[in-house]
Write a protein that binds this ligand. Structure first.
Ligand SMILES: [Zn+2]
Length: 430
């Protein structure tokens, strides 16, 4: 069995990126806007004290246009990482991003030369309330913003710093050679990121074992590459923390989300406290599966003897809508819209990015990328990602662009909440 290509999937199961840019002409017009805004922003350097709002306003306009351009290019590439036209478009977006960032690199350092009183006044100015979060963050991160020339240097090297994650994505989604392994039917089929999960849930231990070993060996063959990429990524984080005077990479990362270190520590502590429960569960699993030794490939197969629950995608859509009924009628209608109006890219295809996410731009509806498998996991992933999508939809609807963003820490509230509601609905039924 070979993996399907994108054109073998009916349009109704693919997202429609034309809702971001309807044509190449629209995309090119956006590029022009970005270049013009970057020029305007650059020309305001040295004039921030005179008119801080003008510079901030231009910077937000630029990031809004850049956001659309970059998101479109990245999502297009996520459809097929091997497509050279998509790759070229993405490279263009990356270069444009560097240009945009460099054009505004002076902004925060220059704003910080204003007096504390002036910044506080700007933060609470009712005429420009859309910028209050921006000024709040600026004041909060004052000790970590560098002088203009250094900020410019960092902005220009942004793409280079992202090399490790870019290389990993290409390896993982495009170049990683995965073997044929045993499948449920007793024959072999090509291991893919999506079929991997399915095979790990097989009742047949050989199917699970072959899939597991096939995947681990595939990565194992790139041990040197992967460890080098990981080291680069860690060094990157440490260097950024040092350059911005954060004391540690952990502190730097949490600061982006305004989370105190104590929250991180208590999360870890509570997770550790629950180890005995996990231990008990693993022992129970070992007993139920009647195996001498519980392997990593034994952790996903259902432990009840007669359990089989195939949930094809249309069924998963219905199940998710039913589970989320407590969230109200409007929420249900929005789910229908997401299903019908091509917000969701459903199936795994050759070269498509693995995993799942929700994304989109402020000026478009949210999108969801899936690699759906007909299982409970597949349905739960749909529920989870739609949680993010609906969160974004409402945030964009209720807030001006400048205030619509939210941190990852807040993001992972709506999504597990949806999973809990859907699993409750399932429990009621069975
Ligand atoms: Zn999530």
């Amino acid at each position: 069995m070979t993996q399907k290509t994108r054109d073998q999937i009916p349009a109704k199961w693919k997202w429609n990126l034309k809702d971001i840019f309807a044509s190449k002409k629209a995309l090119d017009a956006c590029e022009k806007d970005i270049l013009a805004l970057a020029d305007t922003l650059a020309s305001l350097q040295g004039k921030v004290e005179k008119d801080p709002i003008k510079a901030v306003e231009t910077s937000f306009k630029l990031s809004r246009a850049m956001g659309s351009y970059l998101t479109f290019s990245r999502m297009q590439q996520d459809q097929d990482g091997a497509n050279t036209a998509y790759k070229a478009q993405m490279a263009k977006a990356g270069a444009l991003m560097v240009k945009a960032r460099a054009a505004g690199a002076y902004l925060e350092p220059e704003l910080l030369q204003l007096s504390e009183e002036k910044l506080q006044a700007l933060k609470v100015d009712p005429k420009h309330s859309q910028y209050s979060n921006f000024f709040h963050d600026l004041i909060r991160t004052r000790p970590h913003i560098l002088p203009t020339e250094q900020e410019e240097l960092l902005a220009k090297s942004g793409e280079v710093f992202a090399t490790a994650s870019r290389v990993f994505n290409v390896l993982n989604n495009v170049d990683l050679p995965l073997p044929e392994t045993l499948d449920e039917s007793g024959k072999t089929s090509k291991l893919t990121h999506a079929s991997y999960g399915e095979k790990l849930r097989s009742k047949n231990r050989e199917v699970r074992k072959e899939a597991f070993e096939g995947m681990m060996n595939a990565f194992g063959n790139f041990k040197g590459t992967l460890s080098s990429l990981y080291i680069s990524s860690v060094k990157n984080d440490v260097l950024h923390a040092q350059l911005r005077h954060y004391g540690s990479a952990r502190k730097s990362s949490l600061s982006n989300h305004e989370i105190p270190l104590s929250v991180y520590d208590s999360l870890l502590k509570e997770a550790h406290k629950a180890f005995p429960v996990l231990d008990r569960y693993l022992r129970l699993r070992k007993k139920a599966l009647k195996v001498d030794q519980l392997h990593l490939y034994d952790l996903y197969v259902p432990i009840t003897a007669d359990f089989k629950m195939d949930i094809p995608y249309p069924e998963a859509c219905k199940l998710v809508k039913k589970g989320l009924a407590p969230l109200g009628e409007d929420y249900g209608k929005l789910l229908d819209k997401a299903y019908k109006d091509n917000w969701i890219d459903v199936y795994e295809t050759k070269g498509k990015r693995s995993g799942a996410y929700s994304w989109g731009t402020y000026d478009s509806h949210p999108y969801v990328l899936l690699n759906h498998t007909d299982s409970i996991d597949g349905a739960m992933t749909l529920a989870h990602e739609l949680g993010h999508a609906m969160h974004s939809y409402h945030s964009n609807k209720a807030q001006p662009y400048e205030k619509a963003g939210y941190s990852l820490f807040a993001a992972e509230v709506a999504s597990p909440c949806n999973e809990i509601l859907v699993s409750r609905a399932l429990q009621k039924e069975h």
